[in-house]
Design a protein around this ligand. Sequence first.
Ligand SMILES: Cc1ncc(COP(=O)(O)O)c(C=O)c1O
Length: 432
Amino acid sequence: MLDKYKSSSPKSGNLWRRALQVFPGGVNHNIRTFGLDSCGAYPPYVSKGQGSHIWDVDGNEYVDWWMTHYAQILGHNDPNVRKALKDQIERGLHFGAPNESQVILAEKLAEAIPFMEKMRFCSTGAESTMYAVRLARLFTKRRLVAKTLGGWHGGNDSLGYHLKHPFTDAPFFDGVSFNFNDIDSFDSLLAENGNELAAVVIEPVQGAGGALEPESGFLPYIREETEKRGIILIYDEIISGFRFCYGSAGDKLFSTVPDMITLGKIAGGGMHLGVYGGREDIMSLATPGIEGGRWVGGGTFSSHPLAMAAGSVTLDELRSRRDKYDSLNRKATDFRAKVNAVFDGLRARAISTGYGSLTYIHWLHTDLGEPPFTGRDLSAASDHDTMDKFQGLLMQEGIFGYHGLGALSFSHSDDDIGSTLSAIESVSKSMV
Ligand SMILES: Cc1ncc(COP(=O)(O)O)c(C=O)c1O
């Protein structure tokens, strides 16, 4: 399989063999094999990106839907971001001391997300969710946290459990889970653990597992029930922040205000950034030396000037395009409808799901039935081997993505969308 790709990618093949000698599984982020190892192939080693396209070390060009784990909403190598980074590099990299640009970025974030009364910066999303949970535990003096089944909040020990189907319902250390879009499942969790919960951590649109839209009433119910019990509601908006609108999706699109929020990806403009923030009374426990506090924060590279500069100029750019989000979201929604029409026409057991510009494709081993689906339904019905094969064949046709595709950016053209649809059609034909 993937003979055409393999014959056109000798340099990537060689790098993969060398990588296997030095990294377990050949990669430094588990999903970056893009399922290609199961097709007897290897990932392309990417050397360059411009707008919505990337090139590998062998010179092969791809339409990129992965877009740096959805971080590059402006497109690769955006001229304003590049200039801001160059300007900073001229003055040095990082000094491990306060810098002006961290204050500027924080002010912009506070303006965009008013309920974030105080915030802290770190270097990754995984750190930010870990610290948010730590603060919630300190504030409530409770240990247990709850998250959604399959929800990915980074590779930390606080939330790195119940990630893969088949899910176990057994608690994991101090963590329990419920099913996204399933009020009954949340209710049973509250009945069993409601008084012990420090925090509920949830993405307003769950990224891992299909980017499913929250059913109307689901997030308001969670907000109401957590508030009643003094449980800290943490919205993980590391994907959804600035993705569907300028600011917090939970607040602006689903009219629910959490106690805390985490951000990363887009907010860092393609550089390494994690943000955790929210209510002043909770965040104040991060103040050095405060009574009732504990060590929260740290990190040699926290508020790195390059990340501050890239994040700041990205927010400026997105703020000036705040009226253009609707058309970006609509473009992707129309595209998903076309992809599903292709699948229906071919009677392929596949579906494109998503919300706004987040766009996934799943091959299934069983019918899903009528929507709405929960993340658990989708996960149970997914046929991962066929999915890997589809991903590999799509990549061979010059379309680079994961979870089927990924995210549309402001830099994708109608031609990119058209060529993706054609590739999906021809690859799917070869698979049914
Ligand atoms: C919703 C969500 N939370 C947290 C993280 C972790 O962020 P990072 O990879 O920067 O550690 C991710 C990363 O994919 C994510 O999608």
